[in-house]
Design a protein around this ligand. Structure first.
Ligand SMILES: Cc1cc2nc3c(=O)[nH]c(=O)nc-3n(C[C@H](O)[C@H](O)[C@H](O)COP(=O)(O)O)c2cc1C
Length: 379
């Protein structure tokens, strides 16, 4: 019996299989971040395609935390109705849907938000241009924490099965965690406990507001893979601090890196290159045997998926690019139970051409199969 097609309890949630669509900003919202018909059609296709859990693309909790025009938004009650459309469609197929909550911090687009982006610390040599980041004051930090909490309330109202706090990839929460970007000397900076305080407060206050039943997941970096960034031992200690402060997440998705070439690695074309954060994830598993863990990053073949959930004891395997290539692949995989890689037309070749689409909806350019077109033909 295949492990990946068995149901699993992840904290309060029962998911029908071990496959998850990792957060992917599809750029299928309108310029105000509102869900469009194309996004609804794509989520219908994904859910029909057999995936157990979908995490939405990153979704702005604060208008000042947007990276571009096509970032989904949840920072006002006006967004709830559109988001309800998404959860309704996905739930028709017994698929769970989690919204990823994010503030881009220093990567927020100054030209869009009309001011200097809010960041954990002021300007950094890597951020150039007209709008250098500015250091958040104590009261601005508290406002952003509140924005996450209120957004989680809206998420529940919109019917999401939970929220995932984006604490990875160099956005605001990750900026707080990293000693490379967090240069503060107050209670929000310095040692790993102070650097984790922002994430801890978001989880703790969300739980206080929404109760223990509402799932709060995080996506975190196992390492930043950059000089002076978060190390594996740091990221293990972040979780320790969360647990000690009664802010244990209900599931942890393990990612890594703060640059495209480390987060979204190219040319994953052999089993040895797959599951590229697995060694670090095994340390998480040994240290935290009872927390549900989800692994993302270069998972491609059926054999590796089975190994990751079977032998390596991860609870779910998460993928992004394979779902851009073929949102239907779980059903095909279930039918054949053969390696995805041997199923040549549907295999993501990690060429990363999907990342080069600046303003257009994300699509697989290797197959030249726009996701909007796929949606239209399959709905
Ligand atoms: C087009 C695209 C958009 C992405 N958007 C997000 C996002 O909104 N939030 C996030 O946490 N990760 C995002 N990612 C990263 C993926 O979730 C995932 O961590 C990464 O692509 C590695 O997994 P993969 O090898 O299965 O693609 C995105 C990746 C791609 C290719």
């Amino acid at each position: 019996m295949s492990d990946i097609f068995t149901p699993k309890r992840i904290g309060q949630l029962e998911v029908k299989n071990r496959l998850m669509r990792s957060a992917t900003a599809e750029r299928l919202v309108d310029k105000d971040g509102v869900v469009t018909d194309d996004l609804l059609a794509y989520y219908k296709t994904l859910a029909k395609g057999g995936v157990g859990t979908i995490v939405t693309g990153y979704t702005a909790v604060d208008p000042q935390g947007r990276s571009g025009w096509q970032m989904m938004a949840i920072y006002s009650d006006n967004y709830i109705k559109g988001l309800q459309g998404l959860t309704n469609i996905v739930h028709q197929y017994d698929t769970k849907i989690i919204v990823q909550l994010n503030h881009c911090g220093r990567y927020s687009a100054g030209a869009l938000i009309g001011t200097n982006p809010l960041a954990v610390s002021a300007s950094h040599e890597e951020i150039k241009g007209e709008f250098p980041p500015r250091e958040a004051t104590e009261s601005q930090i508290k406002d952003v924490i509140r924005a996450f909490v209120v957004s989680a309330e809206r998420a529940r109202e919109a019917g999401f099965d939970g929220v995932q706090i984006h604490a990875a990839h160099g956005y605001l929460v990750s900026q707080f965690l990293s000693p490379r970007t967090n240069k503060r000397t107050d209670q929000w900076g310095g040692g790993i406990e102070n650097r984790s305080r922002f994430l801890m407060e978001i989880i703790k206050q969300t739980r206080q507001k929404l109760g223990a039943d509402f799932p709060i997941w995080i996506k975190t970096n196992c390492e930043d893979f950059i000089d002076g960034g978060l190390t594996l031992s740091d990221s293990i200690n972040v979780i320790k601090y969360l647990i000690e402060n009664k802010a244990e997440p209900d599931a942890i998705e393990i990612s890594g890196g703060v640059t495209f070439d480390t987060v979204i690695r190219k040319d994953v074309l052999s089993p040895e290159k797959e599951a590229y954060f697995l060694p670090q994830a095994e340390t998480f598993r040994r240290t935290y045997p009872n927390i549900p863990l989800i692994l993302v990053g270069g998972i491609r073949s059926y054999e590796i998926m089975e190994k990751v959930v079977g032998e390596k004891k991860m609870d779910l395997v998460a993928m992004s690019r394979p779902f851009i290539r073929d949102p239907n692949f779980p059903l095909s995989l279930q039918k054949t139970c053969r390696g995805v890689r041997t199923d040549a037309p549907t295999t993501c070749i990690s060429c990363n051409l999907c990342l080069g689409m600046k303003k257009e909806p994300v699509r697989c350019r290797a197959s030249e199969n726009p996701i909007t077109k796929i949606s239209a033909t399959r709905s």
